[in-house]
Design a protein around this ligand. Structure first.
Ligand code: ATP
Length: 288
């Protein structure tokens, strides 16, 4: 089911085209990631989808009404001197949410994102990850159909990134469709079903994650028979290059496979990773 359709969207700033003839359907329950180099037009497109920015031409069609969109901008608004309770109540009232409802919902969300203990502290004393969580709570005060997050993980340590990915995955399970921008593939795959690559304001690639192979280990070995390698659990394919064999294997089985090769008297020359998604991204960034 379509949530939003973009039809021939163009956006120009002072005569410079930054979004060029983009048409795209956003489907319910199909979470997406927009990827692209700096200046590719990702933030501009997100703002057009939210309605914060009008396209210069083209149409944004909302297929269901009302359609609640939550939006977490790339930068937190300049309201850092407030406490979470003050800020969230303020944002809730701007969104027209009744005070009674806010009084119930804000403590639940603060608790869920592990921020209850700082609800009365000024946001300007918070870490980047805590500030990002406040931005996320603001975006889901009224449960959205579509949640749009612009670079939600940038500048965060890996632990906080994983925590936020976990939270976003939970939202997804609760039926919220998510669109975000980010550039690290392994994290994105936990959230996205679809990857749209933007470049110079245009769509350069549009892929379903399920169609992209998972990362594989590539093991270069010699001194062992090709037929024997084929019998190891987790081997995907083996190719020969002179005396050397190159085995592609499932990442989760690679430790066992390395041990088996050594046990059978083989030599390991190198171990690397082949990540088809990363390769695809690089090709799209570099070649188009
Ligand atoms: N308000 C504005 N006025 C003029 N030009 C703008 C404005 N906002 C964005 N641009 C330009 O539009 C282009 C696309 O910007 P946008 O922020 O959408 O890209 P992005 O892909 O989100 O980049 P980043 O990854 O750096 O955030 C850039 O060239 C940018 O300089």
């Amino acid at each position: 089911m379509k949530l939003i359709s973009l039809e021939n969207i163009n956006k120009t700033y002072s005569g410079k085209t930054v979004i060029q003839d983009i048409s795209l359907d956003i489907l319910k329950h199909q979470s997406m990631v927009f990827m692209g180099t700096n200046g590719a037009g990702k933030s501009t497109l997100l703002k057009i989808i939210t309605g914060l920015l009008l396209p210069s031409s083209g149409r944004v069609i909302k297929h269901s009404k009302p359609l609640h969109i939550g939006y977490v901008p790339e930068r937190f608004p300049n309201l850092l001197r407030f406490t979470p309770l003050e800020y969230l109540n303020y944002m809730g009232r701007i969104q027209g949410i009744p005070v009674m409802e806010l009084e119930k919902r804000i403590p639940i969300l603060l608790d869920r994102l592990a921020l209850s203990h700082v609800k009365n502290k000024r946001i300007d004393t918070f870490s980047k990850g805590m500030v990002q969580k406040i931005g996320i709570i603001q975006s889901i005060l009224r449960k959205p159909d579509l949640l749009i997050l612009d670079e939600p993980l940038s500048g965060l340590d890996i632990h906080t990134q994983n925590e936020l990915v976990h939270i976003m995955a939970e939202f997804k399970d609760e039926g919220i469709t998510i669109i975000l921008t980010y550039h690290e593939s392994d994290i994105l795959l936990k959230i996205a079903e679809r990857i749209v690559i933007l470049g110079e304001g245009q769509i350069k690639g549009d892929y379903h994650v399920k169609d992209i192979d998972k990362p594989q280990m590539v093991i270069e070995t010699s001194g062992i028979d090709e037929q024997i390698i084929h019998t190891f659990n987790g081997i995907l394919r083996v190719s020969k290059n002179g005396e050397t064999l190159q085995a592609h294997a499932l990442q989760e089985k690679s430790d066992n496979i390395l041990l088996e090769i050594l046990n059978k008297g083989g030599k390991i020359h190198s171990v690397g990773v082949h990540d088809p998604l990363n390769q695809l991204i690089m090709e799209n960034y570099v070649n188009k």
